[in-house]
Design a binder for this molecule. Sequence first.
Ligand code: CIR
Length: 264
Amino acid sequence: MSDRSYRFTHAVTRRPSASIIRGLRAVDTGNPDLALMQRHHADYIAALKAAGAEVIELEALDAYPDSVFVEDTALCLPQGAVIMRPGAPSRLGEAAEMAPVLERLYSTVRRIEGEDSFIEGGDILVTEREILVGRSARTNAEGVAELARLVADWGHKVRELHTPPGVLHFKTDCSLMDAETVLSTDRLAASGCFRDYRVIPVAAGEEASANAIRFNDSLLFPAGFPRTRDRLVDAGYAVTEIGNSECAKIDGGMSCLSLRFTPS
Ligand code: CIR
């Protein structure tokens, strides 16, 4: 079994800014506490380093309240990076901030450029054999089609899917565990999109734990979801729990907080 979909050397993160209290959210359950979020963020970076990552820590960007969620700005593949066009108007400028960072690390950086194309990294799940992209309120058919064109000569096949209604991103509801295995909510798996994979279902009532990340031999997983954690531990994964209470208030999770890749 190949491991190139979760074996990486580098990660990029961005410090949360004080403007995080204006972060986008579907339901208002109160503002994130910046000091606590900073502690969780430091734990997250420490866990990535412990997993073997060289972490590039970018400075906070006050002008972009959601900019801590760097995953949405780019797709990092073994052959090169693709700069996204976020569908949230307040986040569009974050992609341009990420481009020079990736240009320093990769020899090839491409861009989603179509005026009608919108796509965010949170809607993209890269597995060993394909790239799954969920259309959502942030990602449209034009964005998916443009991505498919941009990565075709790198040998990647894009499969277009639908993020469940009311769910922010495709990966809000699923994560890659290894070459053959995904962690998924029942509501997403019920669509049949993981028919060719082994699925570990998140426990009922713990849907918010579906967003985790596999980085080398570690699995970074949000704290507070014991039944799903136990399923993952029983399945043999090395789980590290990280507090996510503050990011969760603005619909963010483990994957959103980093780009993970091996530069080429
Ligand atoms: C947003 O609504 O864009 C942010 N508040 C949360 C983004 C989470 N990103 C992700 O799932 N990749």
